[in-house]
Ligand binder design. Sequence first.
Ligand code: PGA
Length: 283
Amino acid sequence: MSESETHEAEALPADVIPAATNPGRRLMIAGNWKMNAGGTDGCDLALSIARVAANNEETEVVVAPPFTAIAAVANELYNKKSDVAVAAQNLFFEESGAFTGEVSAPMLRIAGATWAIIGHSERRQLFGESDEAVLKKVVAANAGGLKCIVCVGETLDQREAGQTLEVIERQIGAFAAELAKSGGDGVVAYEPVWAIGTGKVASPEDAQEIHAAIRELLSRVDRDFANQTRILYGGSVKANNAEGLLAQKDIDGALVGGASLEADGFGKIIEIAAKLARQGKSE
Ligand code: PGA
């Protein structure tokens, strides 16, 4: 982002507590498998991740398999008494009915999901998901007992046009008040679209600047909600760039795509988060 743009981010109000001093915000590492690992490979991957997670309990770990693998993965994790949670990558906002091809929050709960990723940029860009649909999905997730990871982020064109904060403000504004109703359980993921799957990662400083702006936007709804809400960074996070990002005071975890399909690399990111948590992050 441009210099002028980064400096437009408003300063945090004094009573909004950064993560380094707020142990309530447990670092979260979430793996978005996208349309991959939908068979026994998904179960194997989940079990390998569960083994790493068991030794790094400071980190909250979530995996998001495709719909068809949610029940099998959730069962495997349950049988191994793992704390790794399962997320859906999407949901539909109605509970049931004539909506061919859609899956509802109550169905996902029955399958074993406890989280839902909502408003991922691939949903927004490839499937025309609007801010209004994102809000309806957050409402449906809240009603159906799923915790939300709601994604926001600017495209390259928007970034180059200096519109990053404007876009983020619009996207956050659409759902923040509803997310606040989940009492701090909701999570926001900042994923600059130009960084997703491209190998181009935002610098820790640039990402921190946007995360602070997002926390300020959340504090317009409620200060406690802003303090409690975890804000994940996503976009080409890998074991070799995770530490700098996760060490930032307002980066409370990562939403990992490509690198979450490989147990070793994803496991390293989990270990890095746990190490930072043990060190009190920025001490
Ligand atoms: P990536 O994807 O890590 O492959 O860039 C992140 C995401 O889309 O959530």
